[in-house]
Design a protein. Structure first.
Length: 120
């Protein structure tokens, strides 16, 4: 089964994503900080990541940079409540595959998962 890592410090987002992704047939792992996400990536096989930009400690943009420096090419979807231009600067060939503003539409999220991760 394909595994998705959800990284967000909001427990409601983690619960919503866990319920939806598991309902769609994926294995779900979650982290509430950038440090936890990097630790999980070093020990688990992850096929895609949903990454909040605003995290305690290590910010999402830094997590993204470190992942790409390690050569990990897994698809990453950024999420954030911020409406600044920052997310757009992080999407591209060496960054994330996309961005969804919070609150996000669950149909858009499912579309992204199926497009980038494929069937469970």
């Amino acid at each position: 089964m394909k595994a998705i890592l959800v990284v967000d410090d909001d427990p409601d987002i983690l619960l919503l994503c866990r319920d939806r992704f598991e309902g769609w047939g994926y294995v779900v792992h979650s982290a509430a900080s950038g440090e936890q996400a990097l630790a999980l990536l070093s020990t688990l096989e992850i096929h895609a990541m949903l990454l909040d930009l605003h995290l305690p400690g290590l910010e999402g943009a830094e997590v993204l940079r470190l992942i790409r420096e390690q050569g990990l090419g897994l698809p990453i979807l950024l999420i954030s409540a911020a409406h600044s231009g920052q997310p757009n600067k992080l999407v591209g060939p060496n960054g994330a595959q996309g961005f969804l503003p919070k609150p996000f539409d669950i149909v858009e999220l499912e579309h992204w998962v199926r497009q980038w991760v494929g069937a469970p």
